[in-house]
Design a protein. Structure first.
Length: 371
C-alpha cells in the first residue's frame, strides 16, 4: 500500500492547507472527466483515499501512529514479567502483537412478522395465499457487494486489514497492549471508497415482494407459522432471516369452533319438533342432509360426522354438532289456537313443574343457523 504522503507528494509534516492544495492539483489532473485513462482512474482513487485520511485530524494521527513502530511497542518497548499476564488478557504480545479478526460485513437479516387474516372456512381445509411483505431485499445493482459496479473494498490503511487498533498503556507492572475496533473501517478491515449509489453501501434495499404460502388446515388465532429464510436479507447480502405469520381467524356468523368440531344452532318449529322432519343445511364445505326425529327437544344435539375441521396434525376431520332450539310460536290465530287446545286435551300434558337441572348446550354455541 502506497504511503499517503507520497501519493499526494507532500511532506509528513505538511499543513492541512498544503495537503488540500496538493489534492486539488492532482484531482484536476486525474479526474475521469479530464483524464479518461485507466491508470489515471486508479491514481485518482488513491489520491482521493489519501486525502480522506490525511484531511481528518483523527485519522491522520492514527495513520501516523501506525507508521511508527515505537508507538505500538516495537523494539524500544520492554515486555516481560507481569506484563505478559496482562497481555494474555488484553490480546497483546511481547514478541509481536496478534491482530484481532475483522468483522464481516455480511450478517444475517432480521426476522419479519406478518399478520394473516383468515375466515373460518379457510381453517377447514387450509388455504393458499400470496402475502405482500415490505422488507429488505438484495440490491440488484451491487448484488450485495456494497460497492459501485466495477469497484471493490480496499484494505484499511489504519488497521492494515485487522479491524483492530492496538494501544500500549504503561503501568507499574509494565506495558500493556489493548485492542479496540478501528474507527476508520468500523472493525471491518476494509473501507469502501465508492459505495453503491442504489443502496448507499448497504448491499440491500427496501422493497415490497410477494411470498406464496400454503397455510395448513386446523390453524387458530394466535398461532405463528415459521417460514425459514423468507425474512429480511442481511447487510451486504447476508443470509435471510425467517418470516413468521401470525394467524387471526375472524368470527363466523353461523358456525363456532370447539377444538376440531364445528358448532351451530338449528331453530326447529314446534310442529317439526313434534312430527319430525328432514332438512338440508349448508355446511362450510357444501350441503348436507339432516334428519330431525319426532319429539326432539331444545338442547338435543345432532351430530354430522366428518364435517368439522381437519386437525393441524392428522387427517381425521372433526364433526359438525348441531344444537336444536325448538321455537314456540308467540302469536296464533283463533283457528290455530283451537287446534292446539284440542291437541292439549288429547295429550293431557303434565302441568309445568320444577325438575332436575340439566346444564344447557348453548353456552358453547354462538350464532344461529337459519334454514
Amino acid at each position: 500500500m502506497a504511503d499517503h504522503y507520497e501519493v499526494l507528494g507532500v511532506a509528513r509534516d505538511a499543513s492541512p492547507e498544503e495537503i488540500k492544495k496538493a489534492y486539488r492539483r492532482l484531482a484536476r489532473q486525474l479526474h475521469p472527466d479530464v483524464n479518461p485513462g485507466e491508470d489515471a482512474s486508479e491514481q485518482f482513487k488513491l489520491v482521493t483515499h489519501a486525502y480522506d485520511v490525511l484531511s481528518d485530524p483523527d485519522q491522520r494521527q492514527r495513520y501516523d501512529m501506525g507508521g511508527d513502530a515505537s508507538a505500538f511497542g516495537g523494539a524500544g518497548a520492554g515486555f516481560g514479567g507481569f506484563s505478559d499476564i496482562f497481555e494474555s488478557f488484553f490480546g497483546g504480545g511481547g514478541g509481536g502483537t496478534r491482530a484481532g479478526r475483522p468483522r464481516s460485513r455480511r450478517e444475517r437479516g432480521q426476522d419479519a412478522l406478518v399478520r394473516v387474516d383468515l375466515d373460518l372456512g379457510d381453517v377447514v381445509f387450509g388455504v393458499h395465499r400470496d402475502i405482500e411483505v415490505d422488507t429488505a431485499v438484495l440490491c440488484e445493482t451491487c448484488q450485495g457487494s456494497c460497492c459501485q459496479p466495477g469497484t471493490q473494498p480496499v484494505t484499511c490503511d489504519i488497521c492494515h486489514g485487522s479491524g483492530q487498533i492496538q494501544r500500549t498503556v504503561r503501568s507499574l507492572l509494565g506495558n500493556v497492549v489493548t485492542s479496540q475496533p478501528c474507527t476508520t473501517c468500523q472493525g471491518y478491515g476494509t473501507t469502501i471508497p465508492y459505495p453503491c449509489s442504489t443502496c448507499q453501501g448497504q448491499g440491500r434495499v427496501r422493497a415490497r415482494r410477494t411470498v406464496s404460502i400454503d397455510i395448513p388446515a386446523g390453524v387458530e388465532t394466535g398461532l405463528r407459522l415459521q417460514l425459514p429464510g423468507s425474512g429480511e436479507v442481511g447487510p451486504a447480502g447476508g443470509p435471510n432471516g425467517d418470516l413468521y405469520l401470525e394467524v387471526t381467524v375472524a368470527p363466523h356468523d353461523v358456525f363456532s369452533r370447539d377444538g376440531d368440531d364445528l358448532l351451530a344452532t338449528l331453530e326447529v318449529s314446534m310442529i317439526d319438533a313434534i312430527l319430525g322432519t328432514s332438512v338440508t343445511i349448508d355446511s362450510l364445505d357444501g350441503s348436507v342432509d339432516l334428519d330431525i326425529r319426532s319429539g326432539v327437544q331444545s338442547g338435543d344435539e345432532l351430530t354430522i360426522r366428518g364435517r368439522g375441521i381437519t386437525p393441524l396434525r392428522g387427517d381425521q376431520r372433526g364433526d359438525l354438532r348441531v344444537g336444536v332450539q325448538v321455537v314456540t310460536p308467540s302469536h296464533l290465530d283463533p283457528k290455530a289456537r283451537a287446534l292446539v287446545q284440542e291437541l292439549a286435551k288429547r295429550m293431557r300434558p303434565a302441568p309445568p313443574h320444577l325438575a332436575e337441572f340439566h346444564p344447557g348446550l348453548f353456552s358453547k354455541l354462538r350464532g344461529k343457523f337459519k334454514r
